[in-house]
Design a protein around this ligand. Structure first.
Ligand SMILES: [Zn+2]
Ligand SMILES: [Zn+2]
Ligand SMILES: [Zn+2]
Ligand SMILES: [Zn+2]
Ligand SMILES: [Zn+2]
Ligand SMILES: [Zn+2]
Ligand SMILES: [Zn+2]
Ligand SMILES: [Zn+2]
Length: 546
């Protein structure tokens, strides 16, 4: 809490550092009357005692409260007796001080630590040293010396004030990829809050006067896509532009016609394609010759590159290339020279034989007489109804007007006649129809009779066949009866013979199983074959024969 002297090495300059204040250095020596006797520093909010001595407001609190006397003259004075020292206050405000942006603080290691630099100072306390950066030696130093009362005001606007760049990193979005309803401004806000990955603040610090230059090149400054003219709505931090640019959908594309131009997409590309020299266009050149008989003449259908259209028309186009006819001096397209000579050339035309005043090409003459010539004699269109008028084509409308009544009468008669003939025709048709119906009916009944006769004869045949069939069946049954009887006889004869042969055989020993005897007759039963034999003295007989 003491006013220190700051001397600059190598010069005689001495400045006064108020250690009680935050980095305040006075340019001139401070008058002794403005230095507080208690703290030995320039007054801070001076208060004056009734005896006329002043102290800082804090020093009054600190010293006078304990002693109850003036620090300078020992006159009795209570703290309540001190009043604001306006005179000293005004003088204080007039003292010139350095702008704080001319001052620096630096760490010092030892007594000789303050080396180099534009200025030097006596050491501060705690190893921290305040020094003055003089203009001309340090371009970041403010050279202003202002009144103490204006110090704060000056520092707000001082262009050497340190300022931090507060631009934010903005990711930037394409119009297409932005969710609906979310505007660019909202995107910026979320970037500020760091919600979408961006959001860092630049933080670069420099003097106020250098800030515009920094902001012009700051990587966080918001910039538009360079292809905005092609419709890209991207807006984001300059640092993110290279990444966007590489994937920007609106970046110029090579012209699809292969003209080599790179053109922005969208309307610019459309405009380019409308004028691209490699684009294909139809020649569409009209015929050089006027052709009154052909209201919509063909045009050249050739498709050529736009850049070569002039060349095509000059050197190839049979429509655009034209020359004057030697006979009639009319401009004629190359494609129709022959046609012109034969059909349209004036030198090839002759006056109409009806003297209608028209020049007609020879080959067109018949068509002219049939369709166009005003002097050609034509028949009235009511001729088929009985009008025998014949007059020049140009006069026919007049005849049609004058003879309306006559033509109506002819029409009426024609109608009546047509009706009569219609009735006649109907009668003929009716009689024909009746004849045909009768013929059809006769044919039908005849066919029915034939069918019935055929049916009855078939039925007769069937009955005869049935009778024959029964006869054959009866005959066959008789035959079968005779054969059956003969077979039975033969079978019984053969059976008797066979049994006799079997009886003569000795029954096999292995087969004998049991035998019973009664009244001289022995009956043997064979287990395997199931036969029973009854042996008597007179004769052996098989029991199965009984
Ligand atoms: Zn004081
Ligand atoms: Zn300043
Ligand atoms: Zn910045
Ligand atoms: Zn873009
Ligand atoms: Zn092109
Ligand atoms: Zn052409
Ligand atoms: Zn001609
Ligand atoms: Zn007529």
């Amino acid at each position: 809490m003491v006013l220190r002297e700051l001397g600059i090495r190598g010069t005689d300059a001495v400045f006064f550092h108020s250690t009680k204040r935050d980095r305040v250095v006075f340019v001139d020596e401070v008058p002794p009357g403005l230095i507080c006797p208690v703290c030995d520093d320039v007054f801070v909010a001076p208060r004056i005692a009734p005896c006329g001595h002043s102290l800082c407001a804090t020093c009054v609190e600190k010293v006078n409260k304990q002693t109850g006397k003036c620090f300078s003259c020992s006159a009795s004075a209570n703290p309540e007796d001190f009043t604001e020292d306006n005179v000293s206050g005004v003088q204080l405000g007039d003292l010139r001080v350095f702008c704080r942006n001319a001052l620096g603080l630096r760490q010092v290691d030892d007594d000789d630590g303050s080396e180099g630099g534009a200025s030097a100072s006596k050491h501060g306390s705690g190893g921290l040293e305040l020094f003055i950066r003089l203009e001309g030696f340090d371009h970041t130093a403010c050279s202003a010396a202002v009144r103490l009362r204006e110090l704060d005001t000056h520092e707000v606007t001082c262009e050497f004030r340190s300022l931090m760049c507060d631009l934010c990193d903005e990711e930037g979005e394409d119009e297409e990829s932005r969710p609906p309803g979310k505007s660019a401004a909202q995107g910026g806000t979320s970037a500020l809050l760091g919600a979408d990955g961006g959001g860092g603040v630049c933080g670069f610090t420099c003097m106020t006067r250098d800030m515009p230059r920094h902001r012009a090149t700051c990587t966080m400054r918001v910039t538009n896509c360079p292809f905005a003219t092609s419709g890209c709505r991207w807006r984001g931090s300059a640092g993110r532009l290279p990444a966007h640019r590489a994937s920007c959908r609106k970046q110029p594309r090579r012209c699809p016609n292969g003209c080599g131009a790179y053109v922005g997409v969208g309307p610019m590309m459309m405009r380019h394609l409308d004028t691209c020299s490699m684009g294909e266009v139809a020649c569409d050149a009209p015929d050089a010759e006027e052709r009154p008989g052909d209201p919509d003449p063909l045009r050249c259908p050739a498709v050529v590159q736009r850049g070569r259209l002039a060349e095509h028309r000059r050197e190839q186009c049979p429509w655009a290339r034209a020359s004057k006819c030697r006979q009639c001096h009319v401009l004629v397209s190359q494609r129709s020279t022959g046609e012109h000579t034969s059909a349209r050339c004036a030198s090839n035309r002759e006056p109409c034989p009806n003297q209608c005043g028209t020049l007609v090409a020879t080959r067109e003459l018949q068509r002219h007489l049939n369709q166009d010539c005003d002097k050609a004699v034509v028949e009235c269109p009511y001729g088929p109804l009985g009008c025998g008028a014949r007059t020049e084509r140009s006069k026919m409308p007049g005849h049609l007007t004058h003879a309306t009544g006559q033509h109506l009468e002819l029409t009426r008669r024609g109608l009546v006649d047509a009706q009569r003939r219609g009735d006649e025709l109907r009668r003929v048709v009716d009689s024909h129809r009746r004849e045909m119906a009768a013929g059809v009916e006769a044919q039908r009944s005849e066919a029915a009779a034939t069918l019935a006769a055929k049916e009855s004869s078939i039925m007769q045949g069937v009955r005869e066949l049935c009778a024959h069939d029964a006869e054959v069946r009866a005959h066959a049954a008789g035959e079968v009866e005779v054969l059956t009887r003969a077979a039975d006889d033969q079978a019984s004869t053969l059976g008797g013979q066979a049994l006799d042969m079997i009886g003569a055989l000795q029954p096999p020993r292995t087969c004998a199983a049991s035998s019973t005897r009664s009244r001289g007759t022995r009956t043997v039963r064979y287990r395997r074959c199931g036969l029973r034999w009854r042996q008597t003295k007179a004769r052996r007989r098989c029991s199965s024969r009984r």
